[in-house]
Write a protein that binds this ligand. Structure first.
Ligand code: AMP
Ligand code: MN
Ligand code: MN
Length: 326
């Protein structure tokens, strides 16, 4: 089993955790369900073995994930001291939203499933084959002597359900489904987790989709659109993200790569890529200072909407052309 490769790292993590009293845990900015769910499962698990654990998200918990057990405990800044700092679901240090100034040193333990992970921790538990960081935690808990209770199971299942868009991504193996089954066995409510963390939409989110859908374009196997600050103002959408419109667009027949450009400010554009099968978009995102997975990646790029669109579309076309011809 592939966990053997990280056995030595797991042993080191166990010793580090055993020796710590207060543990701070961070995940990434613009947190998704895996970031929140994994963070909370780890917090509850560490508390169950008498550790003083503080969960931290620089951007706080998005409304969608506030139903998760323990969500109210999440802090938006790091505690003043800790014995051990753990980063979960962060491909690099910048993704935590905290600079080195706040951390004073690199996190002690780095748990993640992004192939672009920079191994910034003293101990690195990285499994790029895992469908979610939650899947890594599921296998890690028994090694730490932590039993998975119903609240932890609910959080881990939310991580799995959201990162796989409801078990629809190509990295969903029988092993992933087995983990989900074991979590349901421990009391997690799949229908509720699915409904709350993935299915449920607000009216303004769907109106916001409408803005993006009205500008939808398709060319050479690429489907793309944009969402602007003005769109959000018009429909009253409170976030700065794409309200998961990318997941809808990536279902369009004939699209090999799907892109969304989300205006953050006059000079900053968040770009999301989704690839059906042929193109590794993590590599492409990395050339723009971002990262992610082979088939889902993102980057925040400086520049105005039009110039970022032109640059990113031409790079994406150039990368896609040769693989389409294969
Ligand atoms: P998104 O397009 O934001 O849904 O992100 C898709 C994937 O790319 C997720 O796994 C993110 O963790 C990763 N990702 C998104 N933005 C960035 C970024 N600026 N740097 C590194 N990874 C990113
Ligand atoms: Mn994530
Ligand atoms: Mn993840």
């Amino acid at each position: 089993m592939r966990w053997n490769r990280v056995k030595a790292e797991i042993a080191k993590a166990r010793v580090a955790i055993e020796g710590a009293t207060s543990i701070a845990i961070v995940s990434h900015i613009r947190p998704d369900g895996d970031a929140v769910g994994s963070l909370l499962a780890l917090t509850i698990g560490l508390r169950s073995i008498a550790k003083h654990a503080t969960p931290v998200l620089a951007d706080g918990v998005p409304n969608r994930f506030k139903f998760l057990p323990g969500a109210r405990d999440v802090q938006e800044s790091l505690p003043s001291t800790w014995d051990l700092l753990i980063a979960i679901d962060c491909s690099d240090l910048e993704r935590t939203g905290f600079s080195m100034e706040f951390m004073s040193k690199e996190p002690d333990i780095n748990i993640d499933h992004h192939p672009t992970n920079t191994r910034f921790g003293s101990i690195n538990l990285i499994d790029p084959q895992a469908a979610a960081s939650a899947e890594i935690l599921y296998h890690l808990f028994p090694e730490l002597g932590i039993a998975i209770d119903i609240d932890m199971a609910t959080n881990l299942l939310a991580g799995l359900v959201t990162d796989t868009i409801g078990f629809r991504t190509s990295n969903v193996t029988s092993g992933v489904l087995d983990v989900a089954a074991r979590l349901v066995e421990r009391g997690a409510d799949l229908v509720e987790v699915y409904e709350q963390s993935l299915n449920k939409r607000t009216l303004d989110a769907v109106r916001y989709w409408g803005c993006g859908l009205s500008r939808l374009e398709q060319e050479d196997g690429i489907v793309w659109t944009s969402l602007t600050i003005d769109d959000r103002k018009r429909v009253g959408y409170p976030g700065t993200d794409d309200a998961d419109l990318i997941n809808l667009l990536s279902t369009i027949a004939g699209s090999e790569v799907t892109l969304i450009f989300v205006e953050q400010s006059d000079q900053k554009i968040k770009v999301s890529w989704r690839s059906r099968a042929l193109l590794n978009v993590a590599d492409l995102a990395a050339t723009f200072g971002g990262g992610g997975h082979d088939r889902a990646a993102g980057a925040i790029i400086d520049g105005k909407m039009e110039e970022v669109q032109t640059k990113v579309l031409s790079a994406t076309k150039a990368a896609l052309e040769p693989v389409l011809e294969l």
